[in-house]
Design a binder for this molecule. Structure first.
Ligand SMILES: *Cc1c(COP(=O)(O)O)cnc(C)c1O
Length: 371
């Protein structure tokens, strides 16, 4: 049996006609940048994310960059974030000349550990940037409390967490601004790169709209220098077709996740497999289903590969161990929870089209592994 880590073809089969129709319409209109599809998607996502505004841009990475720019973050500023995340989170901070200040994660949720944030705050701290990793929200109440008492705004990296909830509040609606990605493998994925910002702040929304289009108040008047980062109409059109399915897809991912966790229970193998921790006061959208194997992770991955099962490590190198961040002066061992997670975690295939039979096969294969 073959169980790929992700199977986008299976999803496309059911959408093929609708996607082709709407792409045809975009070509017929010859209107490719900032149009009706983009506006329709922005309004749908704002609604979905419980924010007043949503502003499309070219990628999730650009969304992070734009959010930081809109908060005037640059040279000499510090932004607190997690080292256990996709590279783009730290890169956006560094790209603007600001300093990423890493804070270790909670070993259960893999999200930033709020208790460790206060001691990382300095007079240069301009934002706190939690990541809702794998589709589960960081514990936002303590973060929001720190933000309120310090006046430091929160930017939520919700690239993996569209529709995820923390006590009924949607990802991207709790901080001052949130960022989303429509990279093809995300829960809501386009046919290329795409991203969006969510906020309920009037002033910030206006600034973000200007910044994504060269910073101009209009085509020819520029009070500041922005970037060219728009969500094009082809991407927006494809996403408009896919968006109505998002909730079902995310619920089906969560259902697949529950099946895994049940099957993995009471594993009597000679090694320990820890299923993901799921908060009981939130909604996890299972962008990834990530197990933890305190030892032998790489050999288990190899064993599964030999049995036709795709797995992946998100992420094998924490950001403070990346060569490009050597100048920050962090040492090995400085963020032990992130470093352990990088060595012990493994993502299993999880998507709506995954069958029961495939899931049983994955878990049987895990049980057959002899370390
Ligand atoms: C995917 C992702 C991004 C970047 O999104 P792109 O659209 O690929 O640029 C940023 N942060 C996290 C946590 C991501 O998973």
């Amino acid at each position: 049996m073959n169980v790929p880590l992700l199977n986008l073809q299976a999803q496309y089969v059911s959408l093929r006609d609708d996607v082709r129709d709407i792409v045809d319409k975009v070509f017929d209109s010859q209107h490719f940048v900032l149009g009706a599809h983009g506006r329709a998607l922005e309004s749908a996502i704002a609604d979905y994310s419980q924010t007043k505004y949503a502003i499309g841009c070219a990628s999730g990475s650009d969304a992070l960059l734009l959010a930081l720019m809109a908060l005037d973050i640059g040279q000499g500023d510090e932004v607190i974030t997690t080292p256990f995340t996709f590279f783009a989170t730290g890169a956006a901070i560094a790209r603007l000349g600001a300093k990423p200040v890493f804070v270790d994660i909670d070993p259960n949720s893999y999200n930033i550990d709020a208790a460790k944030i206060p001691s990382a705050i300095t007079s240069h701290t301009k934002a706190i940037l939690p990541v809702h990793l794998y589709g589960q929200c960081a514990d936002m109440d303590p973060l929001l409390e720190i933000s309120r008492s310090s006046g430091i705004p929160i930017i939520e990296d919700a690239a993996q967490a569209i529709g995820a909830e923390d006590r009924g509040r949607r990802a991207g609606s709790m901080g001052l601004v949130g960022t989303l990605s429509f990279y093809p493998t995300k829960n809501l994925g386009g046919a290329g790169d795409g991203g969006m910002l969510t906020t309920s702040d009037d002033t910030l929304a206006g600034r973000l709209r200007r910044l994504r289009a060269h910073g101009g108040a209009n085509e020819y008047e520029h009070a500041e220098v922005g970037v060219n980062s728009r969500l094009d109409e082809l991407q927006a059109a494809v996403l408009v077709v896919k968006f109505p399915h998002l909730d079902r897809w995310s619920n089906e991912r969560a259902a697949r996740a529950a099946v895994y966790s049940k099957l993995l229970q009471g594993s009597d193998s000679g090694f320990n497999v820890i299923p993901p921790f799921i908060r009981d006061d939130g909604r996890h959208i299972f962008h990834q289903y990530v197990i933890r194997i305190p030892r032998h992770r790489d050999r288990l991955a190899e064993h599964l590969k030999q049995n036709g099962i795709g797995t992946k490590v998100y992420y094998p190198i924490p950001l403070h161990r990346q060569q490009c961040f050597e100048y920050l002066g962090y040492k090995e061992g400085e963020f032990p929870e992130s470093e352990s997670a990088a060595l012990e975690t493994l993502a299993l295939p999880v998507y709506p089209e995954l069958t029961d039979e495939q899931q049983h096969y994955v878990v049987d294969s895990i049980r057959r592994f002899e370390p």
